[in-house]
Design a protein. Structure first.
Lengths: 232, 255
């Protein structure tokens, strides 16, 4: 957690939440589902901005951290432990977000489609689904086969490999904390903008826009992130 | 079919001046030598049997057609650029090689079940304005192949261009300069190019758009056309397609 969500810096700001809300075309009072909310990076500032937020995640320690922060800030947020392959609440949300490269984790590509279909069902008509992720085109530009970071006296060593004809990123994460070494294998399916757009359309989103960031940047060779916006 | 007539006049690749102007840069001596080196791995990747019939779609001046003919394959080279076909025929004559060169548009060319393999080399896909035309080409190839036949596409992929992208660069050869300027289309769907050639005190400018494919996108296109299995590689030796690859090589098999 200290690496993915460094102390004091990780919650997105109210300004970021405003950008997100602008893209989603929703105002205060709207209900937003944060799919893969983690420790509440966007759920917290969205709630602070007056949105009714539901955050789901499959990692309990993240949900605990999120709940603690929410209660400290006296924010009413529903945090639920759930798997996005199963979570559906028909017509319940004005918008759904999936940020910070939280897409493409499942082994079976059909599960990604299933998630998009679940989201479509959970949205009210006209509602929007935003995905913000690392893409093929961005990764191709910035790719480094290895690197390491440091936080709170611990070290994270990363090794990356592009696999399966550029359809996946296989990572080896070695966590060194107080002389204790723990290793993880992390796999993520990669999408190009065209591929992610095609997936969303296949799931039933009629209109899908593509951006290079939350400020509606053009998705081209200067883009640092891929943002897709599907409309029900 | 008449209703879907191909309007040649408005298409950039229908301008023979373009291909003549850039020929010294596209097909220099190094490229010819590379084809001679690549022909054996290419034949292996296609699992060609001796004497197999091969269609070279967008054969240009015949780099691969001639090398394959030299190895005993029965080759048909198809291209739409008259000047390239003339050179290909001249070279075939000089080397005593029998190759059939046909002037045709690959959106139209089909010879049912005539070939064991078809190749499309050196980024010769994605030129058409309409994405459906790329699919149409793949369907023509499927039709032209015998059952079990293979279709190989070698192209500069999205993943490679994203890594190597430079908005501008220029090259020089024998006193001729080529200036290139590129812009990625929104959504990374393709690349707009502006090429300027400065030769003998003359400046000519060409603009063209190339649709780009990722490995997954090209595989999907080939599958959509009806090929049963598609494998992707990073070169003609069959290396994996990854962050070090210069080329994307996709091979589809007709069942």
């Amino acid at each position: 957690m200290p690496f993915l969500f460094p102390a004091g810096r990780w919650p997105a700001t109210v300004k970021d939440a405003g950008l997100l809300a602008g893209l989603l075309g929703v105002g205060p009072g709207a209900s937003v589902l944060d799919l893969g909310c983690g420790p509440g990076r966007y759920a917290l500032p969205l709630a602070e901005s007056g949105f009714r937020v539901t955050g789901i995640d499959r990692t309990r320690p993240y949900l605990d951290a999120a709940r603690k922060l929410a209660s400290r800030k006296r924010l009413k947020i529903e945090f639920r432990h759930a798997d996005m392959r199963r979570f559906v609440r028909p017509g319940a949300f004005d918008a759904v977000i999936n940020t910070f490269s939280t897409f493409g984790y499942f082994k079976d590509p059909a599960d990604d489609l299933r998630v998009c279909r679940n989201v479509l069902r959970s949205l009210r008509p006209g509602g929007r689904f935003l995905i913000e992720t690392m893409s093929k085109e961005v990764l191709a530009r910035v790719f480094e086969p290895s690197g390491w970071r440091e936080a709170n006296g611990a070290f994270l060593l990363e090794e990356r490999e592009v696999v399966d004809g550029w359809s996946g990123l296989s990572q080896r994460w070695v966590l060194v904390r107080g002389g204790k070494v723990t290793e993880f294998r992390v796999y993520m399916r990669l999408y190009s903008a065209v591929e992610l757009r095609a997936l969303l359309r296949r799931a039933g989103f009629r209109q899908v826009e593509v951006f290079g960031g939350l400020e509606r940047e053009t998705y081209d060779n200067n883009a640092r992130r891929l943002v897709t916006l599907g409309r029900k | 079919m008449r209703a879907r007539a191909v309007s040649r006049r408005r298409e950039w690749f229908g301008d023979d001046r373009f291909w003549r102007a850039f020929k010294p840069f596209m097909f220099d001596e190094d490229k010819w030598q590379a084809a001679a080196r690549d022909a054996d791995p290419l034949a292996r990747l296609l699992s060609l049997k001796p004497g197999a019939a091969v269609l070279d779609l967008c054969c240009g001046p015949g780099r691969f057609s001639l090398e394959l003919a030299r190895r005993g394959y029965r080759v048909t080279g198809v291209d739409r650029t008259q000047a390239y076909l003339a050179e290909a025929r001249r070279r075939a004559r000089e080397h005593g090689l029998a190759v059939e060169f046909v002037r045709s548009d690959m959106r139209r060319f089909a010879r049912p079940r005539a070939y064991e393999a078809c190749i499309n080399m050196y980024t010769s896909i994605g030129y058409f304005k309409r994405p459906e035309d790329d699919l149409r080409v793949c369907r023509n190839v499927l039709e032209s192949l015998k059952p079990g036949g293979t279709f190989l596409v070698q192209t500069g992929a999205k993943e490679w261009l994203a890594r190597e992208f430079r908005p501008r660069h220029w090259r020089e050869r024998d006193g001729t300069f080529v200036l290139e300027e590129r812009e990625i289309a929104p959504g990374w769907t393709g690349v707009s190019n502006r090429w300027i050639v400065v030769s003998k005190g003359r400046v000519r400018e060409f603009r063209f758009f190339l649709r780009l494919y990722s490995a997954v996108e090209l595989s999907n296109l080939i599958k959509q056309a009806g090929f049963s299995r598609v494998s992707v590689h990073g070169d003609l030796e069959g290396a994996p397609f990854d962050n070090t690859s210069r080329w994307l090589v996709a091979v589809g098999r007709k069942s």
